[in-house]
Design a protein around this ligand. Sequence first.
Ligand SMILES: O=C(O)C(=O)C[C@@H](O)[C@H](O)[C@H](O)COP(=O)(O)O
Length: 364
Amino acid sequence: MIKEAKIQSDVIITNQIVDEIRKLLKQYENRSIFVFTDINTTKFCLPIFSDLFKTYPISYFEMEPGEENKSMETVVDMWNFFGDNGADRKSLVIQIGGGLLTDIGGFAASTFKRGMDFVNIPTTLLSQVDASVGGKTGFNFNGLKNEIGVIRQPNRVFIDPIFLKTLESNHIISGYAEMLKHGFIFDKKHLDLLLQTDIVQIDSQDVSSLIKRSIEIKDHFVHIDPNEKGIRKALNFGHTIGHSLESFFISNHVHPQHGYAVAWGMIAELYLSYLRKELPLSQVDHYSNEIIKHFGDLPIKIEKKHYDTLLQWISKDKKNEGKKINFTLLSEIGKYSINEDATQEEILDSIEFLIQKTANNDEI
Ligand SMILES: O=C(O)C(=O)C[C@@H](O)[C@H](O)[C@H](O)COP(=O)(O)O
């Protein structure tokens, strides 16, 4: 049985992106238009719009890519750019980029003069299936991922698989992790179909239907609980431990794509689901092996001496309430349970499980 989930946000999946943006711009005649890109999307994605954009007076802002630039300094640069180029509350910001750009640009647009319209044109698989939908905007602070931010829905999201052709395979695989997550929490069929799919080689028609299903699942949670007071936390499966690994790697100058950290986080949280929710160990093993097939081993060796640091990152997760660490776990594949507690020992056991599953080589 297919579990019902419909896209209710303003998301357009198209293979005619230029025509869609032409229609959009007509609705913003005589307004000031801002286009945000990063140096990669300026080169690989912006040219598709050049004939259309040259007929409008557009102010272009380009940011440096890289997690280290998801920072307050970049937000300040964006605010200054708005101020210097006459932005007002009726302006429109068109964001062409991955999740990092749409998150931080969405924050700048949402806060300048208390909020301007912004639309997302996500160009990575991760941003198409996850980051650009749902309105989480923000930036990293004090080493913590997305520590500062607001939830504000983009006015529209335009998704065209054409942009995926510009990506290296590790970027595709990174987005694939969030799609697997959608399967884990809501739809075992979607998960199993994804695991049988070579996501790097798949043709655009087939990838469009997988993207659509992932967005349906994501939007199902967002629509019911836009401010993440309850069931939206399901979308954070794999992220409690995943974000702590990501912060740990980054603080050791290793920068895996976000989806890789989520994939490894999901392995640990599958094991935690076995400890806390009786998810069968045979399934934990099966799906962990499948994840490792696609994502490989941890990029640096994690040892007992790092456990305290990892626990500290976990203790700062946004889902926590006071001292209670809140995990999203699975009682079955396709069935989530939010606000699940775990002891320190159980958390470390699941990290041990992840380490055993991934035979990493390099010392820090
Ligand atoms: O949209 C959501 O809700 C999610 O949790 C989606 C996550 O996949 C995404 O990585 C999100 O940015 C993480 O949010 P955070 O609140 O844990 O920073």
